[in-house]
Design a protein around this ligand. Structure first.
Ligand code: SF4
Length: 322
């Protein structure tokens, strides 16, 4: 792996970085008794090979209209630091892991396509990371987009809160790709989405992409229930839809805050004073989420508000873990 051209190219970008070699990335990433909060302040970049389980079926309920849905992560962890993010409860380490063997992901995706009898297959990226946040280093979109361009049977979603869209704007818009941007209202962005580019900057990036012909998605996930949420979400929707051409959007999805129980506990240990977790929650099937009534209330309100801007055919509720 150390000799992989992608490893060499990335190391050449950071000539002054100290390098530590190891057999398996898990030796560094997995040990217990690591301090996620401390590492998050100065994460290292681990370059590794992904040996197996590269492309997986999504949990039931995850998708935007397709029958066959898969996800994959070229990275673990994220440049940003959202206080509601499940990654902080899932991993012991906040270091970034970048899997450099993109070609093995390509082969696995091709294998899935071959077995799909010509049916469309969706491939979602940005599950355990943000698809574009580290694009200048990873060249993920730059390299995966040409791969998907020659596979029209595949559908590819990039999911992001980033404004790193230069590599997309330098390519022809792909008819089988969707660039999906996630948003929460300003009040939540300001308090919970540390280091995430501002809402208007993300909308500006979306406008550029839409102008260049890219198909876009909007992801209002997680919906956060807090005092004043109605006004906050109404304002957000107005801000977004007054600047984008809603008739050319691919899809809009929404889902309330939810976390597997073990992740929730881990995050509480990391941030015991975080007001986000001071509200009331319910547990069902190993998942922690808002009590049913609150969940129904906020989903109902946001759905009704969104339908003032888009047709129902574009709207996809999400029922699985964020
Ligand atoms: S942008 Fe997404 S992946 Fe990154 S910290 Fe926020 S929620 Fe997590």
């Amino acid at each position: 792996m150390a000799g992989h051209p992608r490893t060499k190219a990335i190391c050449a970008r950071f000539p002054r970085a100290s390098q530590v070699f190891c057999e398996r990335y898990g030796e560094v990433f997995n040990p217990k008794a690591q301090d996620f909060r401390l590492q998050k302040q100065k994460p290292a970049l681990i370059l590794a090979n992904k040996h197996d389980r590269r492309v997986l079926e999504t949990p039931a309920g995850y998708g935007i209209g397709g029958e066959r849905n898969y996800y994959f992560s070229h990275m673990l962890n994220c440049l940003y630091d959202c206080r509601y993010c499940f990654l902080q409860g899932m991993y012991r380490s906040a270091h970034y892991v970048l899997f450099v063997n993109y070609e093995d992901f390509y082969s696995e995706i091709d294998g899935i396509l071959e077995n799909a009898n010509g049916e469309p297959c969706w491939f979602f990226s940005g599950y355990d990371c943000d698809s574009l946040a580290l694009e200048p280093v990873t060249a993920f979109a730059e390299q995966f987009l040409p791969f998907f361009a020659s596979r029209p049977q595949a559908r590819f979603e990039l999911r992001t809160k980033s404004t790193q869209v230069r590599s997309l704007l330098s390519q022809e818009a792909l008819p089988n790709a969707v660039v999906a941007f996630s948003f929460t209202p300003e009040e939540i962005h300001g308090t919970l989405e540390h280091k995430v580019p501002g809402i208007q900057r993300r909308i500006d990036s979306m406008r550029q992409l839409q102008h260049a012909g890219w198909s876009l998605g909007l992801r209002f996930d997680p919906l956060i229930y807090q005092p004043g949420y109605r006004e906050h979400y109404r304002t957000l929707f107005q801000q977004v839809f007054s600047q984008l051409d809603a008739t050319r959007l691919h899809s809009v999805s929404l889902g309330t805050f939810r976390l597997p129980r073990s992740y929730f506990r881990n995050i509480l240990r990391l941030y015991p004073d975080e007001p986000l977790y001071a509200g009331s929650f319910a547990e069902s099937g190993g998942m922690i989420s808002y009590p049913e009534e609150q969940e129904r209330e906020i989903t109902g309100f946001c759905t009704a508000e969104l339908l003032n801007h888009i047709p129902e055919s574009l709207l996809f509720p999400c029922a699985v873990a964020a």
